[in-house]
Design a binder for this molecule. Structure first.
Ligand SMILES: [Zn+2]
Length: 322
């Protein structure tokens, strides 16, 4: 990936979730729980779709209404593609033209900017053929026409369901800040250690066996060997950011794919694995290669993790002082 492209995409990184009013998470969760009772869709699935839409609003820079939810329908989807009135808010004519718009607030109007209407519309299309998990997944596939979207929503639902909260903005530095380590900004260097051709990440040099910790709340998406990355782990967070940890000497044994992790949780140990067949090690000094990737629904691009690392390091140092 060209460095200029990566630099441009970095600007679209989500605003720090820690700055969000914590009451908003509780308010949002309550709304999903209420809708769950009416629609029979598990609250974690309503939350997951809403969150997926939020990440797409950021990745695609879509116009966002100020509200509790982030569900987005283009006009033609809302009103119906053949509807002569593309701003239609009449549930009857919308329904006639097979639009997704529904009235969830009970005021007789289906508005694309009303949280309850948006949520009711999404709940309706999700539960068309039933509300069992497999039905929800099929309905979501029919809507998004993209298995990647469905996979993300399933992952988010697992995270929300396991942790029972939407307040998951906390992060941690990938190494204990008390350990001996060093790193610098190397974004776009033509060559890094461990055979990364274009260096899409930051190398954190530390001794063999220093614990590697999850930087986020998330779900283990990938765990295993890769010829370049060696023993590596990929964790997806609810901002649809993929956190990538490479060249580990070993993994935390109990950790499996689809497990939920928390910031600061040990996932493996620093090593120098990689650049060959499984088990190859010692071709370069031990270090953690850390990368961040954003999903835009169709593909994924890396952005410079260095500013985030500096922020998380500072936060962990402050926690230690308290
Ligand atoms: Zn590296």
């Amino acid at each position: 990936m060209a460095a200029s492209q990566a630099a441009a995409s970095e600007q679209s990184y989500a605003p720090a979730p820690s700055k969000v009013n914590p009451n908003l998470y509780a308010e949002r969760k309550e709304l999903f729980e209420k809708t769950s009772i009416i629609s029979d869709i598990p609250w974690a699935y309503l939350a997951a779709v809403d969150q997926y839409e939020r990440t797409m609003n950021i990745a695609k820079k879509r116009p966002v209404h100020k509200g509790i939810t982030s569900i987005y329908f283009p006009e033609s989807d809302w009103a119906g593609i053949l509807n002569p009135d593309q701003q239609d808010t009449n549930p009857k004519s919308i329904s006639f033209f097979h639009g997704y718009g529904r009235d969830g607030s009970g005021d007789g109007v289906a508005e694309r900017t009303n949280d309850l209407d948006l949520l009711a519309s999404m709940a309706f299309l999700m539960s068309k053929n039933g509300t069992k998990e497999e039905n929800l997944l099929i309905n979501l596939w029919n809507y998004y026409q993209n298995s990647r979207s469905v996979e993300r929503i399933k992952q988010f639902a697992t995270i929300f369901n396991t942790l029972d909260t939407l307040d998951l903005g906390e992060h941690a530095f990938p190494l204990p800040v008390s350990a001996d380590y060093s790193y610098r900004s190397t974004w776009g260097d033509s060559r890094g250690w461990g055979g990364h051709r274009s260096h899409e990440g930051t190398d954190l040099f530390a001794r063999h066996g220093v614990p590697v910790r999850s930087t986020c709340y998330g779900i283990v998406e990938v765990k295993g060997w890769n010829p370049y990355g060696g023993w590596r782990i990929g964790i997806r967070d609810v901002n649809n950011i993929y956190h990538y940890y490479a060249h580990l000497s070993s993994f935390q044994k109990s950790l499996k794919e689809n497990d939920i992790v928390k910031p600061g949780q040990t996932i493996g140990w620093v090593g120098s694995s990689g650049y060959g067949k499984p088990g190859t090690s010692g071709k370069f000094p031990p270090h953690l290669h850390f990368g961040l990737y954003r999903d835009n629904g169709l593909t994924e691009w890396s952005f410079d993790p260095y500013p985030s690392l500096r922020k998380w390091e500072r936060e962990d140092r402050n926690k230690r002082r308290k």
